[in-house]
Design a protein around this ligand. Sequence first.
Ligand code: ADP
Ligand code: MG
Length: 577
Amino acid sequence: MRALALALAAVIAAALLLPAFYVTLMINVGLASLVGVGLVLLTGIGGQTSFGQAAFAGIGAYTTALLTLSFGWSPWLTLPVALALAGVAALLIGVVTMRLSGHYLALATIAWGTSAYVLMGTLPGLGGFNGLVDVPALPGLRGASRMMLVFVGVLVLAALVLVGNLLDSRQGRAIRALATGRLMAESMGVNTGLVSLGIFVIAALFAGLSGWLYAHVQGVVNPSPFNLGAGIEYLFMVIIGGAGSLAGAVFGAGVVLVLRDQLNDWLPRLLGQPGNFEGMVFAAAVILALQNMPQGLVPLLLRRRRLVETRIDVNAPALPSREGAGAALKVSGVTRRFGGLLANDAVSFTAQAGAITALIGPNGAGKSTMFNLIGGLLAPNSGEISLGGVRIDGLPSRRVARAGVARNFQHVRLLAERSVLENVALGAHRRGRAGMISAMLRLDRAEERALLAEASRQVARVGLSELLHSPAGDLALGQQRMVEIARALCLDPVLLLLDEPAAGLRLAEKQQLAGLLRSLRASGITVLLVEHDMDFVMGLADHVVVMEYGRVISAGSPSVVQADPKVMDAYLGGVVA
Ligand code: ADP
Ligand code: MG
């Protein structure tokens, strides 16, 4: 709140005191910042590169120019239409490209940016490449006036607050997982495609707003400020500012626009001939920036930003829970091939409800493959997997998660820079419902308190309360495994899948983990465990299933399995090999 009041005061002071030339420049910085805030969300945090944001701004600008000039609309009334059109365009492009991975999305935005430019220049009624002139000013806000600077400043601050709120929410945690943890997030029940689409649309709306304002500030609209080059420049601003920080959007816009203005003045004088040399300087600067300060300027100036310590409300109401109602997992005749390799060959076993079942076997036996088949990361070639009598094989992992299956990963998948609390809270994603709009408007606070309280309870359960606010990447491997277990518990699971949870744990930690798994069993949760530490497994499991070369070679109580000569063989063979 204080920061906001200060920023507002700074905007008003700038509007009152700056010479007219700088008022115009600052308005342009504000317009670029609006695009940049969306781009930080989309690219800097969401990891989806877009070169096409200028085209969305173009939609906003042309919509209002056309409606005011040709249809006599009031400029204020055109805003919802401009935003709706930018949003719908993003939705259509997003739906088509949502399934494409990173680079293809970037290419698709280049194609979009190029074709939108051509369309703006050639569609009848838009004035060709000369564009539309005499776009009316906003009533009460003359062109590049001091009042306009205040108005633009307020909008930029509002954008920063809205996106800041969004990032600090259930949806924000899902957004932060997009860049490096998609597969993990899906296993926590997040529909990552939908989340990507959401931020693509939000970024386009901010660009559309910027374009709408631009038309009324300039009074002229033509295609060139909305071409691919402009889209690249927006990306450049965000990179310079530090793609991961919201303030960086404003800062980067400021640096680039002031620099461009100065270079425009000085370069032709220095080089003794007229021309737009700043393009070359910018290109060189992008390369240098990416090589030397991949985090942008803002983090360099602020040093390493400390994570904000979210306060936990211990009195927050509990989330709805299944009360540990476990369900039996039944695997029948499941086969999975990788090319010619039979990773799982007609595997059948049952993990009883409320019991601990261990899946053991030498490396390459097919245990992780089985976990991925159960967890929905892979689909079986044949056979059936059911949980509590309901088939789950072939479902995408987020649906499996919603059915109550929670998991960790053999190779830990955490968001290293986010706090333990945030990582764990992602596990509770499907237990909340607040969408992006309610997050931006802070209508999600009651639910968010409950989610964070649940996450901190689960962190306490695995004994890591001391590290609640530490970046997960700073923890020892054993502790990171425990964070993954806490995250899985946040899902309120019916079935917990643990792939080598004791690997890298010290003896005391192993004992603690065994105690935790016993208490989960007592509460009725079904546990399926892959583990190499035989002392750990045999002291804990109710039922052991032994696999070798993709097949089940033995199953039964720990003592029965330990006495089975086939098992001795498999393990000795494994050791010799
Ligand atoms: P485990 O977890 O028991 O060590 P895995 O399930 O990881 O065994 O692997 C079983 C077999 O399947 C191994 O031979 C492995 O190389 C192979 N495999 C696993 N995943 C893949 C994959 N995605 N593509 C090709 N082969 C795979
Ligand atoms: Mg494995």
